[in-house]
Every structure is written in C-alpha cells, then in structure tokens.
Write a protein that binds this ligand. Structure first.
Ligand SMILES: NC(=O)c1ccc[n+]([C@@H]2O[C@H](COP(=O)([O-])OP(=O)(O)OC[C@H]3O[C@@H](n4cnc5c(N)ncnc54)[C@H](OP(=O)(O)O)[C@@H]3O)[C@@H](O)[C@H]2O)c1
Length: 485
C-alpha cells in the first residue's frame, strides 16, 4: 500500500490555519513528520488561486514559526506541496473541483475540518456524495464539538454515518502538549507516585488555565459560548481525566480512553444547589494587564453590551470512586486574568504528626505541572534551613525538562497532526468521552439559565471574582498563588 497522502484543510484561510496548522505542518515537513508523497489542499471560500493563497495567506503563517526554524529554501519546498481550492461547503458543484485536486484511489485522504462546527455534517455528506471517502479516509474535528449534549450527540451520530470511530480524530490540543503526555509517564512510568496518588494522601487537585488576553476577534463566537463550554467542557476536563484515571492496561487508544471515560462517568453530578455553592461564574470589567488599561468584556467590539456570558469559571468537582473519594478537584479558567498560566497542582496532605517543636508549615508538599508559559514540573518539599535549629522551609525539586532533554520539543498541533497521519488515536477524544463531558456540564448550564443568574464582575488583571477565593478558603484550601512559595 502506498503512503501517498492528501491532507485537506477546510478553513485553510482561517485564523487557526494561519496561526497553528500551517506552521505545524511546516515544522512536521522540516522534521520528517510528513510522508514523502504528500499534497496539502487548503480550502476556503475566497476565490484565490494557489499562488495568491501561498503568497497572501500562507505568508502570514510565517510569522508564527520561530525564526530559528524558518529557512527560505525549506519554505519554498513546503509551499510547493500546497494547492488551494476555493469551495463553499454547501455547494455540491464545488466538490467536483475538489475531486479533481485529490488523488482518490491512489492516495489516502485526511480531511481536517477547521471550520465552524455547523458545517461539519454538511461537509461529510458532500464528501460522501462526491465519492471522496473510502475506508482509509480520516477526519479531524476541531472544537467546539457541539453546544450542548444534544448537538454533540447529533454531530457524533451524523459524522458516524460516514466514518467509523477509528477514522475520527476529535482534537483537543491540550492532549498534544508535551507536559500533559509527560504526566502519563510521570504517573505510570514511576513507582514513586502511585502509592500516594489517591485519597487520603492527596488533599486537593487544582487545575488552572488562565489567560491574560480578552475575547479579541472571537466575540461573535465567544459571546454565544462562554468559558464553561469553550474551556471547561474540553481542556480542563481532559486534564482532570489524565490526573485522575486509573492505570490503563496499555497505551492502546481504547485502553486509555476507557479509563478517561470512567473518570468522566465518576464525576459527581451537580444539583442546582451544588451549582450555586460550588460553581463561580465571572465576567471581566475594565482593569489593567501589565500596566496597560484594558476594556471590560461588555465594551469589547462585537459583544452584546448586556451580555451575561461568563469569561471566568471556577468550580469544585468530585470524582466519586474509591481512589478519589472526597478529594476536591478545583478547576479554574478565565480571560483577562493576572497571568497567563496553565498548571495542574497536586496538593498532598500534611504529615499526620509533627516531631518538631514549632508549628508545622502547612501544605508543604505539592507537585506542580506547569503547561504554560513554560513547561516544567516542580515538586515542593520541606528542607532544613541551614543553622542550629530545625527550622524548615519549602524548596523545589525542579524537573527542568529543557535542561534534561536537548531534543526539539514539537508544538501540540504538530504532534497531533503527525498522530493523525500515522493513525494514532490515543491522544484524541472518543465519542462517548465527548458525550460524558457534555452530560456533566449540562446541569450547570441549565441552572445558570433557569435562575437567570448573572456572572460576578472581576477587574481585568486580577485572579477573578472574590467568590473564586472563598470557594476554596471556606474549606481551608487556597489557590496556589495564595500559598507558601
Ligand atoms: N482560531 C483558533 O485559535 C481556534 C482554536 C481552537 C479551535 N478553533 C475552531 O476552529 C474553527 C475555525 O476557527 P478559525 O478561528 O480559524 O475561524 P475563522 O478565522 O473565522 O475561519 C473560518 C474558516 O472557515 C471557512 N469557511 C467559513 N464558511 C465556509 C463555508 N461555507 N464553506 C467553506 N469554508 C468556509 C473560512 O473561509 P473564508 O474565510 O475563505 O470564507 C475560513 O477559512 C472554529 O470552529 C473554531 O472554534 C479555533
């Protein structure tokens, strides 16, 4: 069988293609991640020819490749792999033009749908109608996969009419991050952590994905979506799954995804009373980021001035199984927060008894897995302060992955695109995982809608509204930035 590949990108003129996909494909090309016989077919509605696409659209992608990796000769060879096909997803006749650009029969087709999700089903139907699908075809679906459980189910059902589950790659780029994949190695490649990785040795788990950016140019999309759907339903719950899952029997995609599914199904369902007590919903008002004044969410271009869309969510979740009984998982995400930081922090319990005469520092042991801005792993322990007494101070055992490994670290999109090409499904979401995540989120959405509740305001440049802190302090916890360092 030939490994000839046609990689078709719907949304090839869009922001995601320019900022992430094309730079990732260039890097994969330079580092041997693409098959020798590959064509990249970019699709958009704009009536461009290939030369103009390469010049005008792809030219913008160069700005998102690190200067050290950009080589003019390699760029020329990369752009020679590209064809642009103008196509309107709803126009049957346009798929004939696409058919001419593809090497059906001879090459395998991967279709990457980097478009709004309401086009997904129509594109699948049209591809099938134009006879551009076969058993070797694969499809990549970008988030958001639906707006609620019913729409996610419908996408799964309809896409499932044309592709079987092993052909469908639902992308969550957090699963492509080196540090997230490293967490699996940390947990399952070392015996050290496993005995402690459970109640009662873990006091809490915190997962934060904090952004300093505002809604930017995505207001039209974001104002109908909000942070719960945009971030919690996918990225934060996927990170929670990696932290909480049982050791899978192998790295086989279904073995891993079975374990993640069990975690999602073990999440304690939220009653309306739970939502009111354990979920904080916020929206930024004007403030300052890095000393620069920024507008509030409702003043952003394209946002409804009376919008109640949340730009911040903090919540407490419980994984109701033997390992995690009564260990709170605190999840938090927001825009216009104090720092750009994504991290998972595992807080271990304090020693059961202190032999030291002075007060034992609390919360001394924690494992911090930082995904952004730098990828690093830090284990905080107590050490004796030099001197005559037995004073103790927290110090970090730093796992400096950049110093330990000199190998190049591929960006998440590059790694995941290569996985798609090689047919490796482990780091992609299965249909039942997607639906279980929506099923858990939905009562929160219903409760917010039903009670006409409004998000609590927070100043841009802070860590969110005050109830986010009280969510933790009322049970004697604290977000990691408020803890000892
Ligand atoms: N941007 C990101 O960082 C990001 C991150 C994660 C997920 N996503 C998701 O990825 C998808 C694309 O996002 P984006 O930011 O790239 O959006 P975008 O900049 O608005 O681009 C949309 C793309 O879809 C094409 N398109 C729109 N209607 C079409 C139609 N009827 N037929 C064919 N093509 C059509 C557009 O082509 P023309 O412009 O040529 O008309 C354009 O290439 C969205 O679902 C988004 O939620 C985006």
């Amino acid at each position: 069988m030939t490994d000839a590949l046609d990689l078709v990108i719907f949304g090839g003129t869009g922001d995601l293609s320019i900022r992430k996909l094309q730079p990732a494909l260039y890097m994969a090309f330079v580092h041997g991640g693409l098959p020798a016989d590959v064509r990249i077919i970019a699709i958009g509605r704009r009536p461009l020819d290939t030369a103009t696409y390469v010049d005008q659209v792809l030219g913008q992608a160069r700005a998102f490749i690190s200067p050290a990796s950009l080589d003019d000769a390699a760029w020329q060879r990369f752009t020679a792999l590209i064809d642009y096909v103008p196509l309107d997803a709803g126009q049957t006749a346009d798929y004939l033009r696409l058919g001419h650009a593809l090497r059906t029969g001879r090459a395998r087709q991967v279709y990457y749908l980097a478009t709004a999700p309401d086009l997904f089903v129509g594109i699948c139907e049209q591809l099938a109608h134009a006879r551009l699908l076969d058993a070797r075809s694969r499809i990549v679906l970008e988030k958001p996969l639906g707006h609620d459980l019913a729409s996610a189910r419908e996408i799964n059902r309809q896409v499932g009419r044309y592709f079987n589950e092993s052909q469908i790659f639902r992308i969550d780029h957090y699963l492509g991050k080196e540090t997230v994949q490293n967490l699996m190695v940390l947990r399952f490649g070392n015996a050290l952590f496993e005995p402690l990785w459970r109640a009662p040795h873990i006091r809490s788990v915190q997962i934060t994905v904090a952004e300093t950016v505002g809604v930017g140019s995505r207001a039209g999309f974001y104002d109908h979506t909000g942070a719960l759907r945009d971030m919690v339903q996918n990225h934060l719950l996927q990170l929670l799954c990696i932290v909480a899952m049982e050791p899978p029997v192998s790295l086989d995609p279904d073995a891993v995804r079975d374990e993640k599914l069990k975690v999602l199904k073990s999440l304690r369902p939220m009653t309306p009373a739970d939502v009111r007590r354990d979920v904080v919903r916020g929206q930024y008002i004007d403030g300052a980021i890095d000393g620069q004044a920024v507008a509030g969410y409702r003043q952003e271009p394209g946002v409804d001035p009376a919008s109640t869309t949340e730009t911040f969510v903090a919540l407490r979740a419980y994984v109701d199984n033997w390992r995690w009984a009564n260990v709170p998982f605190f999840l938090r995400t927001g825009k216009r927060l104090n720092k750009r930081r994504s991290e998972i922090v595992i807080h271990f319990t304090d020693p059961p008894f202190s032999i030291f005469p002075d007060e034992q520092p609390r919360g001394a042991n924690r494992l911090m897995i930082q995904l952004q801005p730098e990828e690093l792993v830090q284990l905080q322990i107590l050490a004796k302060e030099p001197g005559s007494g037995m004073e103790r101070r927290p110090v970090s055992l730093d796992l400096d992955l950049h110093a330990a490994f000199t190998e190049r670290r591929a960006e998440a999109y590059e790694r995941l695109l290569v996985d798609v090409i090689k047919g490796r499904l482990t780091h992609f979401m299965r249909n039942d995982e997607l639906e279980a995540a929506w099923a858990w989120i939905e009562p929160i959405l219903h409760c917010w809608n039903g009670h006409g509740s409004r998000p609590a305001p927070y100043f841009a440049g802070t860590w969110g509204p005050n109830p986010s802190s009280t969510l933790l302090t009322r049970d004697d916890h604290a977000w990691s930035e408020d803890q000892i360092d």
